[in-house]
Design a protein around this ligand. Structure first.
Ligand code: NDP
Length: 255
């Protein structure tokens, strides 16, 4: 269906080497986009790029540290040199470490906030400079349940992911005149490298699944529909919103 067709579009996915970023990169390619993936681990990017090329799309693996604005600028330039345009940005690079708040160091705070919040902002800025010149674009930030509710022992992460939602709304207002739509996806609990230590705990997993109305954790492919929608023409009048893809977690309390 042409409303969701991304043929001829170029996407850049940060955190695209594994986990949810990899899943969304693959989904965009399935919908027709050529996709550049970025993170700090070249081998994972190359593996994702290979999987995208196997779908018959063009792919590009480029390393980047999103905590460094100059690294982001270089990456966007490399994507332009390779593909000549940039239509879609997905900001999936992220990091989290559960720590009681009384033990959070300035270094841990900076790592989590710089990756999830500062990195997201400067990726948005670098992409928007290109999209403004092109006449528009789509930016999809990755929030979390922590964009909406407070998660204990994940306070820097909660602050950063709440900030991601805030900047998504503010930029949506500011960049609407450039025809840039900027929205967020809020995944619930997904089993990835980030959450593996949690899911390794059988008791914790049992309690979590009991709390999710759909009674299962998310899979990377559960984000495919939301990311394709927000990247496509189908969402041209949607900006400044967050879509939670959480199996019903935030919809209410199960008693
Ligand atoms: P993973 O740990 O599997 O993936 C994180 C990705 O981010 C990796 O590709 C990693 O690559 C990249 N990354 C981390 N730091 C940097 C950096 N400084 N520069 C560039 N890339 C970086 O986690 P998930 O796939 O689970 O997480 C993806 C996103 O989804 C994150 O924003 C996370 O907060 C969010 N999320 C995840 C949930 C879940 O349940 N899993 C729930 C809600 C939100 P590398 O380390 O090689 O650089």
């Amino acid at each position: 269906m042409t409303l969701f067709d991304l043929t001829g579009k170029v996407a850049l996915v940060t955190g695209g080497g594994r986990g949810l970023g990899r899943g969304m990169a693959f989904a965009l390619a399935q919908a027709g986009a050529d996709v550049a993936v970025t993170s700090r681990t070249k081998s994972q990017l190359e593996e994702t790029a290979k999987a995208i090329e196997a779908l018959g799309r063009r792919a590009f693996a480029v390393t980047c540290d999103v905590t460094q604005p100059e690294s982001i600028e270089k990456t966007v330039k490399a994507v332009l040199d390779r593909f000549g345009r940039l239509d879609i940005l997905v900001n999936a690079a992220g990091v989290n470490k559960r720590t009681p708040s009384l033990e959070v160091t300035p270094e841990l705070w900076d790592l989590i906030v710089d990756t999830n919040l500062k990195g997201t902002f400067f990726c948005c800025q670098a992409a928007a400079k290109v999209m403004k010149e092109q006449g528009g674009g789509k930016i999809i930030n990755i929030g979390s349940l922590a964009s909406e509710i407070g998660l204990p022992r994940r306070v820097p992460y909660t602050a950063a992911k709440s900030g991601v939602l805030g900047l998504t709304k503010a930029l949506a207002v500011e960049w609407a005149s450039y025809n840039i739509c900027i929205n967020a996806i809020g995944p619930g609990y997904y089993r990835t490298e980030m959450t593996e230590p949690l899911f390794a705990d059988k008791e914790w997993t049992k309690k979590l699944l009991a709390r999710i109305p759909m009674k299962r954790a998310g899979l990377p492919e559960d984000l495919a529909g939301a990311v394709i929608f927000l990247a496509s023409k189908a969402s041209d009048y949607v900006t400044g919103q967050i879509i939670y893809v959480d199996g019903g977690f935030l919809a209410g309390w199960l008693d």
